[in-house]
Design a protein around this ligand. Structure first.
Ligand SMILES: *Cc1c(COP(=O)(O)O)cnc(C)c1O
Length: 399
C-alpha cells in the first residue's frame, strides 16, 4: 500500500470552478479573490482579509507596512520553516531567534520576554502544526516591556508595542480561548500552498485583527496597491470603467492572487469544516495508538483547555531515538510505502543562518525536539485502511 505524506485535496467541483473562471474571460485578481477573502473573513471572524500569492509574500507585506527596516529586530522561533525568518532578512532587519516550549513546539513567551530591546519592532509567532502559540503570555511580555519600545512611525506609536504577527501557515481553523486564534494576534497570515490544510496550489491570506484605532478599509486599500506595484488602480478597476488613467505611489511588489487560484480556495472553504473533522479523527487515531507506548512515543499536544489545533502536522516524538535512528525509521517506513517527514530542521542548522552566526546550541529545546521528531501522513482522503497500515508499519518497525 502507498501512503503519500500530504497530497492536496482537489474536488471535482474545484476543477469545474477553475474551468468556469478560465472560460469567463477574467483569470487574474477579481471577483473570485473577493469571494475567497469574504469566506475567510467570515470563518475567522475578522473584519478584513487580503489574499496574496503566498504566505511568505503576505508576511513580508505586513512587515513592510509596519515599517520594518535596517536596524530593527524581529523575534522569531528557532524552530520553524525558513520563510518566517527569511522575510525579516528581505526587509533588511535582524531575526532574533528564541527557543520553543518542549510540550507543543510553539515559541516560549518567557524566553521571548528576555530578548526584547528598543530595537524589537515585531514578533512572528508560528502556530506550528496548527497549534496556536500562547498569545496571552506573549502579549503580556510585550506589554510588560512597553517602556523600552521605541516607535519609528505613527502606526508603531499608536500600538505602543511591537506588532504581534502569527505565521499561521498551518493554523486556519485553530482556536484560542474558544475563539479563532487570529483574534488573539494583531495579524495572522495563512498559507494555501499545495501541502497546507486549505490549498489554492500557491497562495495565502492576511487576516487583520488590529485594535479599533487602525483604519481597516485604508489598510485594505494599501494592501491592494502594494501587492500590485503600488499602482492606484488595479486591472479589474480599470476594466470596470472606461477611464484608463492611473498613478504609481511607491515601488510596490507583485503579490496578488489570481482568480483561477481563488476558485480552488472558494470550493475548498465549503468542505473545510469536514476537512478539519477528518484531520482530527486521524490525529485521535494516531494518539490512541501511540499513547499505549509511553516509553517509546510522545504524541503531540493538539487540544488543551485554552487552545485547539487546526490539525495540520502530526509531530510525533520518538523518545529514545537518536537522529540516525529516526532517519532509519523513516527509511524503513518508506520501504513499506509510508511517507513521513521531519518538521523542521531548526533555522540555526541551515547554511544561511549558520553563516550569519546563529548557533544551534543556543536553542536546546529546538535541537532536542528536532532530533526526535517524525511527522506522520495526514490528509483528507486518507482511508481507514491507509490509517491502519501506517499504525501497523510503526508496530513492525518500532515495537
Ligand atoms: C508553508 C509555510 C510557510 C510559507 O508559505 P507559502 O505560502 O509557501 O509562502 C511559512 N511558514 C510556515 C511555518 C510554513 O509551513
Amino acid at each position: 500500500m502507498l501512503i503519500p505524506f500530504s497530497p492536496p485535496y482537489i474536488s471535482e467541483e474545484a476543477c469545474e470552478s477553475v474551468l468556469a473562471v478560465m472560460r469567463s474571460g477574467w483569470i487574474t485578481t477579481g471577483k473570485k479573490v473577493q469571494e475567497l477573502e469574504q469566506l475567510i473573513a467570515d470563518f475567522t471572524q475578522t473584519k478584513r482579509v487580503f489574499c496574496v500569492n503566498s504566505a511568505t509574500g503576505g508576511m513580508e507585506m505586513v512587515l513592510r507596512w509596519w515599517g520594518i527596516g535596517a536596524g530593527d529586530e524581529v523575534i522569531v522561533p528557532a524552530y520553524t520553516y525558513c520563510a518566517t525568518a527569511n522575510v525579516v532578512l528581505h526587509c533588511g532587519a535582524t531575526p532574533v531567534m528564541v527557543d520553543i516550549k518542549p510540550d507543543d513546539f510553539t515559541i516560549c513567551a518567557e524566553a521571548l520576554s528576555k530578548l526584547i530591546t528598543p530595537r524589537t519592532k515585531a514578533v512572528i509567532a508560528v502556530d506550528i502544526g496548527g497549534m496556536p502559540c500562547d498569545y496571552a503570555e506573549i502579549l503580556a511580555a510585550l506589554e510588560a516591556n512597553k517602556a523600552v519600545f521605541s516607535p519609528d512611525n505613527d502606526k508603531q506609536a499608536m500600538l505602543g508595542r511591537p506588532l504581534l504577527m502569527a505565521d499561521a501557515a498551518h493554523s486556519l481553523g485553530a482556536s484560542y480561548r474558544a475563539k479563532p486564534a487570529v483574534l488573539a494576534t494583531d495579524v495572522s497570515v495563512y498559507s494555501f500552498h499545495a501541502v497546507k490544510n486549505l490549498t489554492t496550489a500557491e497562495g495565502g491570506a492576511i487576516a487583520w485583527s488590529l485594535p479599533e484605532d487602525f483604519e481597516l478599509e485604508e489598510l485594505y486599500n494599501w494592501c491592494r496597491r502594494f501587492a500590485l506595484h503600488g499602482q492606484s488602480k488595479d486591472a479589474f478597476a480599470k476594466f470596470a470603467t472606461a477611464s484608463w488613467e492611473y498613478d504609481v505611489f511607491e515601488a510596490g511588489y507583485k503579490y496578488n492572487m489570481p482568480d483561477i487560484l481563488a476558485a480552488i480556495g472558494c470550493v475548498g472553504m465549503q468542505d473545510y469544516a469536514q476537512v478539519l473533522k477528518k484531520r482530527k479523527h486521524i490525529f485521535d487515531t494516531y494518539t490512541a495508538f501511540f499513547s499505549q507506548f509511553p516509553e517509546q512515543f510522545e504524541p503531540p499536544v493538539y487540544e488543551t483547555a485554552e487552545k485547539t489545533s487546526a490539525y495540520h502536522l502530526y509531530l510525533l516524538k520518538l523518545k529514545n531515538a537518536t537522529p540516525a535512528g529516526r532517519n532509519q525509521l523513516i527509511d524503513k517506513l518508506f520501504e513499506k510505502g509510508i511517507s513521513t517527514n521531519v518538521h523542521y530542521k531548526p533555522l540555526p542548522l541551515l547554511s544561511v543562518y549558520k553563516g550569519l552566526g546563529y548557533k544551534m546550541g543556543d536553542y536546546p529545546v529546538a535541537q532536542k525536539l528536532f532530533e526526535q521528531e517524525i511527522t506522520l501522513p495526514v490528509f483528507y482522503t486518507m482511508t481507514a485502511e491507509q490509517l491502519a497500515y501506517v499504525v501497523e508499519g510503526f508496530k513492525e518497525a518500532c515495537l
